[in-house]
Ligand binder design. Structure first.
Ligand SMILES: Cc1ncc(COP(=O)(O)O)c(C=O)c1O
Length: 492
């Protein structure tokens, strides 16, 4: 990654230094803000009652886990104060604000350095785009129809959409899409299109689908059937079949996971389609939305991975732009078939445009960031990064297992699932995502072997303290990821 770069600002004669995180950035030199105190709320990460108990597998009890929250207490908030009359003269307030921002920036650097749990690629250099910070770029309305607001970036947005349309194999005149504010918005859109195509359709989603799918079901008041999953996290198509046959008289709207949130499991799209067909659902009786928030941009670059393509009977695909792509602001891409979109479109005279999107104003900077990265890396660049992530994920899984820690890595995934660390502070330090007895690390392009080594060494050292007394044992994770991946005293 690059070091400090000079960038031009819009103000003439002013040059600002933009410092970009370097690999040899030294965190001890940074003042670390203390993490906020922990608040615990009794909740008991619910396990669905329908789940069967396997013999010899300890099932976490309903109340076994509590949700631990950092507390956004008002005492740590950065208050906004009214300017004093002499502020401009003394410059005190400006100096105060500059100090707050500098400290915040240092904290961001430190937190970036110790991030492993969420699927965000934090390795990027957008110095060239700093010159655009001074414009209020807004793509409100349809990307393909210019509105009256001229400070937009539709030309970049449509370029990005065309790139994804090529990736997912749909002709220019057959697709419609837009740059969303996040993967969730893509899911909300995909499910909405499905509902508009089949107003009386039933939504099917595996229980390991992202919560945005169930949010969509609630928002749109849809009947939603949760389908069981295999131990890998993939949709269980035999359960899907039973549930389809129970509702044969209603069209089916299906969410297919191209990488689940917690285990990185990829649903078998071909088997989902086959199951629908075998249950008597012709192609005009189902709508498939593919949630590819993270892996939507990794799978196409893995040779042995099944293809997500509009040549198959799917209705839409969405992906997050701030995950594998590495956009510094949340965003996403949603692509659907043109034939579906007219049901959603409405004329908006105020914009002199049409609108079939979910939101109103849309971030016009995001498409430029995406356009910039896609241009720079190209398909080949992404392929290389995907390979590196998969290699590093295997390294992490092997080292965890070598240290006697239960771990699982799905074949097409860079999400390494392992025993939930006992200590909340450790979880927060490395910003690990946890559910029940498991935690995961999502290996993204910025996660190097060196970083993984630091993490592993710390984890091993901490475990020797947590489990020094014989009566305190690592958790059993067989119910979450299978006996074969569990290293608890019963299964190792
Ligand atoms: C499978 C899946 N779908 C959707 C989302 C939501 O994406 P976003 O955070 O961009 O809204 C996530 C987020 O992690 C995810 O893992």
């Amino acid at each position: 990654m690059a070091g400090p770069v000079e960038i031009e600002t819009a103000s003439p004669n002013v040059k600002e230094k933009m410092e970009i995180l370097t690999d040899n950035f030294d965190p001890p030199a940074v003042v670390v803000e203390p993490l906020l105190p922990v608040v615990t709320v009794a909740n008991g990460g619910p396990r669905e009652s329908e789940e069967e108990e396997e013999e010899g597998v300890e099932k976490p009890t309903k109340k076994s886990k509590e949700i631990e929250l950092g507390r956004n207490v008002h005492s740590t908030c950065l208050a906004i104060t009214e300017p004093e009359t002499n502020d401009e003269f003394t410059g005190d307030k400006e100096a105060y604000m500059a100090a707050v921002l500098a400290r915040y920036r240092r904290n961001l650097m430190e937190r970036t350095k110790h991030h492993l749990g969420y699927p965000y690629n934090l390795d990027f250099d957008y110095g060239a785009l700093a010159q655009l910070q001074h414009f209020s770029i807004n793509n409100l309305g349809d990307p393909f129809i210019e509105s009256n607001y001229g400070v937009h970036s539709r030309q970049f947005e449509v370029g990005v959409l065309d790139w994804f349309a090529r990736l997912w194999e749909i002709e220019k005149n057959e697709f419609w899409g837009y740059i969303t504010n996040c993967g969730t918005e893509g899911n909300l859109h995909g499910i909405l299109v499905g509902r508009e195509v089949f107003p009386d359709g039933i939504l099917y989603a595996s229980r390991e689908s992202h919560y945005s799918i169930f949010k969509a079901a609630r928002m749109y008041r849809m009947v939603c059937v949760k389908v069981h999953t295999l131990v890998s996290g993939e949709i269980d198509c035999s359960d899907f079949r039973v549930k389809l046959l129970d509702n044969k008289d209603k069209p089916a709207i299906i969410n297919v996971n191209i990488g689940t949130t917690v285990k990185g499991a990829v649903d078998d799209l071909d088997l989902v389609i086959q199951t629908l067909e075998k249950c008597g659902f012709s192609h005009d009786k189902f709508y498939i939305h593919c949630d590819g928030a993270l892996f939507g941009l990794m799978m196409p670059f893995i040779k042995r991975a099944p293809k997500v393509t509009f040549k198959k009977p799917i209705g839409s695909v969405s992906v997050s732009g701030h995950k594998f792509v590495g956009c510094p602001m949340p965003c996403g891409v949603q692509i659907t078939r043109m034939e579906h979109i007219n049901v959603l479109s409405s004329n908006v005279e105020y914009l002199a445009s049409k609108d079939a999107t979910i939101m109103g104003s849309r971030n016009g900077h995001a498409p430029i960031f995406l356009w910039y990265t896609l241009n720079k890396k190209g398909y080949k660049g992404f392929q290389k990064e995907v390979q590196k992530c998969l290699r590093n994920a295997h390294y992490l899984k092997d080292r965890l297992r070598g240290a006697g820690i239960g771990a699982m890595l799905n074949e097409l995934s860079s999400t390494v699932v392992f025993e939930r660390p006992q200590d909340v502070e450790f979880v927060r330090r490395w910003q690990l995502a946890c559910e029940r007895n498991i935690a995961h690390v999502v290996v993204m392009p910025n996660v190097t072997i060196e970083k993984l080594d630091v993490f592993l060494n710390e984890l091993v050292e901490k475990r020797s303290i947590w489990y020094q007394e014989e009566h305190v044992q690592p958790p059993c994770i067989a119910a979450d990821i299978g006996k074969e991946n569990c290293a608890c005293s019963l299964h190792k």
